[in-house]
Design a protein around this ligand. Sequence first.
Ligand code: NAP
Length: 249
Amino acid sequence: MTKPLAGKAALVTGASRGLGRAIAIALGEAGASVAVNFAGSAALAAETAERVRAAGANAIVVQGDVAQPAEAERLVQETVAAFGAIDILVNNAGVNRDTLALRLSEADWDAVVDTNLKGAFFCAKAALRTMIRRRSGRIINISSVVGLMGNAGQANYAAAKAGMIGLTKALAREVGSRGITVNAIAPGFIDVGMTEALSEQQRAAALEQIPLGRFGTANDVAALVVYLAGDAAGYLTGVTIPVDGGLAM
Ligand code: NAP
């Protein structure tokens, strides 16, 4: 049976671990060739690429800081050089530096906005140059329910994630006529990555707010990425879809 993303090439930022790793593997299982980006975790990124290959797909590893425009540009160039094109960009790379607003330093504001929001913009800008020429492409931005709801102690992160939702809509309007869709996913509490830092007390408080009564899995998010990257999602653009067990409704 033909895999739904056979012949497609994807770049997943921040794919060394957590959600990005699960997304890279799911795209590979769906048949896409995958460029696995990381910032510092080379060994973990190599392991992700190995798991993509084990799923029967091509994979390369591309180091680079998405918050640096020249590096974002190079990530896209390396993807195109390896696979001949970039059809799918998943802007997943993200960091948090949580503290109450009155204690939030400019450095922690900048670190979070630069990686999450500017990084997504720089990578999208680089990818769009080639997608526009080919009149086809999919950009999927990993935002957060925190961008929809806000969260005490996350002013920097909430602003960056809400910014990604505005970026998604603006780009969707700009490039819709070129056959390119731009959508966002707003995960809630997922049982990998950033949530590992939560205390038992914080986990219990979070669970009380989730109608489905559990944290999501990385695959709950990855499955939606695969759907948005595929032909069945061709008429969706500019939307932000929560994957949050009902948390943000
Ligand atoms: P994570 O485990 O902390 O992984 C973050 C990833 O981003 C790593 O691969 C890291 O690479 C990469 N990264 C960080 N800064 C980078 C930079 N400047 N350039 C390139 N890559 C960079 O995080 P996660 O929980 O999987 O989260 C992934 C995304 O989902 C983030 O955007 C996050 O905001 C979003 N999200 C997560 C949750 C959740 O519950 N986990 C919920 C909502 C939204 P290195 O390993 O090389 O540092």
